[in-house]
Design a protein around this ligand. Structure first.
Ligand code: NAD
Length: 357
């Protein structure tokens, strides 16, 4: 690709040893798992998260409570509540905490809401990322790893999305904001020699997964005997990636600084919507009530990651099959929502996601 560098052919040995990592969006789905992994292996973690109510806030509170309970010591885990676009707060965090490693996962996610309100995406995703890049360059961060998205490929018809061969085609404000993050990251690498890796995640699911995403929605609604909306004829296919695979890829990227790289992180094979519904029916033991819907604007009909580059340069290889991943997610769902170990807040009720009967 035009932004590739020839360093890409040099495989970097992992940086082993203690790190203090700033994890933005650490109260969220992927961020809380990454933080948990880093803490477990002995790194220290600083989280910044604004705790917005884009989805059920009680889930984010539960994520933080879980981490705090396991790591009560503030020198191991420090939590800041605030907006990554708040210059004073972020400057203070870099001054006080001196994190030399940044894992930037905070963002406004979701494709469809970005069509309704693009400006919040420009704020959190583009401005937020740029401020973090600025501070990371200024404070000598050793490696800046951030979340991009498979959505930057957009409506591309390729069988496999490969980072340096498939031309980007962002078809939603969300996708455009992620592409903009990649461009700004390149610029800051170029200007200040900041090491940056952008990770294009392919639909991530698993325990603590986002209630606005299909895997959670389908498990939730099929478990409770509620109707699910099926967009299109069910032949559309996506690459669904289990959370532990994503955490592995993120941590591999943190440990191996490259000057500038974009990596796909996915499972590397697609699952059709029809197969997906079948597997959720099997794992929940319930029959799905299906409401047929037309295709959605902004949605991508087909996503499948080529993970060859992540394999070559990071040693990444997805381990968890879709069936196993859904089974583990259903187990978590039953614990959290059927046994009610997560407090339900009004937002969840408002979203029609109230407690299972
Ligand atoms: P998430 O919504 O669970 O986590 C994001 C967190 O960032 C939230 O806790 C939110 O409160 C926080 N946040 C948002 N804007 C902020 C701001 N301005 N300041 C401080 N905190 C802010 O989402 P996730 O699924 O864990 O996604 C993590 C990252 O991965 C995001 O960048 C997302 O775009 C990207 N991504 C996710 C997927 C997926 O399938 N889950 C796919 C592709 C990319």
């Amino acid at each position: 690709g035009s932004l590739g560098t020839h360093e890409e052919y040099t495989v970097v040995p992992p940086h082993i040893g203690y790190k203090k990592v700033l994890v933005t969006g650490g109260a969220g789905f992927i961020g809380s798992h990454v933080a948990e992994f880093l803490l477990a292996r002995g790194d220290d973690v600083v989280i910044v998260d604004e705790m917005n109510d884009y989805y059920d806030l009680s889930l984010k509170r539960a994520n933080l409570a879980l981490l705090r309970e396991a790591y009560p010591d503030e020198t191991r885990l420090k939590i800041y509540e605030g907006d990554i676009c708040d210059e004073n707060l972020m400057q203070e965090i870099f001054e006080v905490e001196s994190p030399h490693w940044v894992c930037h996962l905070a963002a406004r996610a979701g494709v469809r809401p970005s069509i309704q309100d693009p400006y919040v995406y420009i704020h959190s995703n583009i401005k937020g990322t740029t401020l973090l890049l600025e501070l990371s360059a200024k404070f000598g961060v050793k490696n800046f790893v951030f979340a991009s998205s498979s959505s930057v490929y957009g409506g591309s018809k390729s069988t496999y999305f490969s980072e340096d061969e498939v031309v980007d085609n962002p078809v939603s404000p969300y996708a455009a904001s992620k592409k903009a993050c990649e461009l700004f990251a390149y610029t800051y690498h170029h200007l200040y020699n900041l090491n940056v890796s952008g990770l294009r995640f392919f639909t991530v699911y698993g325990p603590r997964g986002r209630p606005d995403m299909a895997p959670f929605k389908f498990i939730d609604r099929i478990s409770r005997g509620l109707e699910i909306q099926k967009f299109g004829d069910g032949s559309s296919s996506r690459d669904y990636t289990y959370i532990s695979d994503i955490v592995d890829g993120v941590v591999r990227a943190i440990d191996r600084p490259y000057p500038y790289q974009i990596f796909n992180l996915g499972k590397g094979s697609g699952t059709s919507l029809n197969e997906f519904i079948d597997i959720v029916q099997k794992e929940t033991g319930n029959k799905a009530l299906i409401k047929q819907m037309p295709d959605q604007p902004g949605d991508v009909p087909y996503t499948c990651a080529s993970c060859e580059k992540a394999h070559r340069l990071l040693g990444y290889k997805s381990q968890v099959s879709f069936g196993d991943g859904i089974r583990r997610t259903v187990e978590w769902y039953n614990q959290a929502y059927i046994k009610n170990t997560i407090e339900v807040c009004p937002e969840r009720q408002a979203n029609g996601l109230g407690r299972a009967p």
